[in-house]
Design a protein around this ligand. Sequence first.
Ligand code: SF4
Length: 379
Amino acid sequence: MGVDKITGEARNITAKISAHYVDNARTLPWRIPPRLSAAGTLPDPYHVWLSEVMLQQTTVAAVIAYFKTFTARWPTVADLAAANEADVLAAWAGLGYYARARNLHKCARYVAEELGGNFPEQEAELLKLPGVGAYTAAAIAAIAFGQRAVVVDANIERLAARLFAIDTPLPSGKADIRAAMDALTPEFGAGDFAQACMDIGASICTAKSPKCAICPVQTHCAAFARGDQEAYPVKPPKKAKPMRRGRFFWIEQDRRLLLVTRPPKGMLGSMRALPDDGWAASMNGHGEPPLNGDWQVHENVVQHSFTHFSLEVDVAVYQGDMAVINKCNNDDTGSDNGKKGEAGLGDAIWWPIDGIEDAGLPTLFKKAVRWAEKHKREV
Ligand code: SF4
């Protein structure tokens, strides 16, 4: 079905999707149930913004616990703005895409300091906030402020592409998908309509084996009529991900591990981490250790997949004289007041391995810690 034929059916499709939401809305900690939103109650914009930033490239199941932790620790945008960036990054550890956490904190500070703690209501104003793109601005405007905004996330994209059998491959097909959702989005209740579409996309019109038998818009669905539902949305041919190699440096003394803080710019910026050899999305690491001495290298013990590349990591374990690095902080409380380490180790600090969960290491580095602890038990 072409987008030009949507208009005639739009009212019926919108009504069925909205009616389905009333009885089937997912209960999520950042949402207002449909019976309350129908009566005019809107959710806290801080909650909507926080959840939408967390949900970018992360599943609902993974986000729920983080959302509860953040809102318990920082109940308002002003509380989050007043937090240390290091604490926010540590609380974010495990959600990935750490630029989101840095932008989250930057945005909280902007809203608290420049806007009196109030999020803007209009999509165009929301778009000016750090870390808020077109999708997030539309979602906040519609869900938190009741504005008519066209919301298109990956679930909605799939639902619309199938409903109208939109066969232009992504990303070019996004324009037709947006036009379809524009035709369907109601003047009032755009927030609940968007959440209704998200829910159908997440639990009925799933990427694999969609549950068309219980779909409220099955009779309108062009892909269902053709029997080729899983062909939509049409994806461009996959490019092979480049493989990069890197090396972590494991320096341990008395059950304490030497950690550094990564530079603020670049991947996993400002996060605590093991020292490494400078690997990046665009290049392999140089392999050189941060100090001379005896190192035992274990090849390819950690594998990790980023969006645009895969990484294989060696772990080099220091077996040299500890006196060489004794200029590093010996404080085993794990506090961040470390003295300068030796060349290449920057602001290194000793961190107790038994409390390593509190260091807020990104998943990639946690994998190395798990490998090392297991490896030590095996030798
Ligand atoms: Fe998706 Fe099937 Fe519903 Fe079509 S009928 S929108 S393919 S679940």
